[in-house]
Design a protein around this ligand. Structure first.
Ligand SMILES: *Cc1c(COP(=O)(O)O)cnc(C)c1O
Length: 386
């Protein structure tokens, strides 16, 4: 990144926190033995992993033994959904999820559909929020599993996980939550929330890339079939040599986050106000999502301008069109289409996402550049002006 880069893409990935980096370096240098080895060096590595489990468990208020290490939220989502659906196939073959989930969720359900499972895709309202009554109406006697995300990665919309989970508990449906955008950013108490499986990833909350975890509630009916086969690590649920340095980094990131969630949220709310107040009077501006979503994400459209052109005009401000995972394709975002946006509206969407290091000055530059870009691009295509 160059000096003038203004990074406003924290929903795609975050920088590694300085304390996390120190911890990873220390662990990588000193604890290189295989944690599965029973000699003294292996036991030391094993203890470091146990310590990281305590830190992540502390953030979520769970028993550390309920956590399985993975390579990130993509793997956690795959393991939870495909693993639980297959383990519980005898209970029924109906599964429920939402249209606006991340591809790491939707693609797994598409795969399961090809294996004889029946999937219902519930639709959120135009503000992106899923009505618990709509969710409940989609459940059937043979529904065995549901997956609903916590915070949407494109719009920041927050789902009512407590209400949705309570419905699942009542109906004996296993409930998975993709919380990649929520863990370390919103207070989450799994001692209280009715959630059976939860996916998280280090690089969305100032930890390293390539490491995540899956929480699996300690209950006999909640189990996952593995998606990887190999050694006996992690009770065979997820075999493979554990990356001690990455896991230690994830643990430290959880510990750091636990101590500052409210302060981070207050900071992000302030930035969001600057951003939204700076663009809300632009002719034809549309807020994608709900006004009370996660404050680190602001997604806006202006009907008559291409998002890709805006993205270029905004440089050196780094933002996203749609989501990072879909931005290589020219397809309008399926998430925004599900919120009732037209193709043109969805194509003009820009996601600003802020983080701990973001300053009000950076956000003000982004506002000025965005306003200028909209004006200039509209002047170039006067026939299409709103
Ligand atoms: C980033 C993200 C993922 C994927 O996480 P990785 O660790 O990059 O595999 C899954 N779901 C959501 C909601 C995300 O934001």
């Amino acid at each position: 990144m160059t000096a003038e880069t203004i990074y406003l893409d924290y929903a795609a990935s975050t920088p590694v926190d300085a304390e996390v980096l120190d911890r990873m370096r220390e662990v990588a240098e000193s604890a290189y033995a295989n944690p599965s080895s029973t000699h003294a060096a292996g036991r030391l590595t094993h203890a470091l992993i146990a310590e990281a489990a305590e830190q992540v468990a502390g953030l979520l208020n769970v028993d550390p033994r309920t956590l399985v290490w993975t390579s990130g939220a993509t793997e956690s989502d795959n393991l939870a959904i495909s693993g639980a659906a297959r383990y519980r196939a005898h209970r029924g073959r109906h599964l429920v999820t939402m249209r606006t989930e991340h591809k790491a969720v939707t693609d797994v359900f598409d795969m399961l559909r090809g294996q004889g499972f029946d999937v219902t895709w519930v639709e959120p309202g135009t503000d992106g929020v899923l009505d618990p009554a709509v969710f409940e109406a989609a459940l059937r006697d043979d529904t065995q599993f549901a997956s609903i995300m916590y915070v949407n990665n494109e719009t920041g919309v927050i789902q009512d996980i407590e209400a949705l989970g309570a419905i699942c508990r009542e109906r004996n449906v296993l409930f998975h939550v993709d919380a990649a955008q929520a863990v370390g950013k919103l207070p989450i108490d799994l001692g209280r929330l009715p959630v059976d499986l939860m996916s998280l990833t280090g690089h969305k909350f100032y930890g390293p890339k390539g490491v995540g975890a899956l929480y699996i509630v300690d209950r006999p009916d909640c189990h996952v079939e593995p998606i990887l086969y190999g050694g006996g690590q992690q009770r065979r649920i997820r075999p493979g040599t554990l990356p001690t340095d990455l896991i230690a980094g994830l643990g430290k990131a959880a510990e750091v986050a636990a101590g500052r969630i409210e302060a981070d949220l207050a900071h992000l709310r302030g930035l969001r106000d600057v951003l939204w107040n700076g663009v809300r009077d632009i002719d034809g501006i549309l807020l994608n999502g709900s006004a009370d979503g996660f404050p680190g994400i602001l997604n806006v459209s202006v009907a008559d301008i291409e998002g890709e052109s805006l993205l270029l005009a905004l440089e050196p401000v780094c933002v996203a069109t749609g989501s990072a995972c879909n931005s290589k394709s020219q397809e309008p975002s399926y998430v925004l289409r599900a919120l009732g946006r037209t193709d043109l509206e969805a194509q003009s969407a820009i996601r600003f996402s802020t983080g701990r290091p973001t300053t009000p000055a950076e956000v003000e530059v982004a506002v000025t550049k965005y306003r200028d870009a909209v004006e200039r691009l509209r002047a170039m295509a006067p026939g299409k002006a709103a």
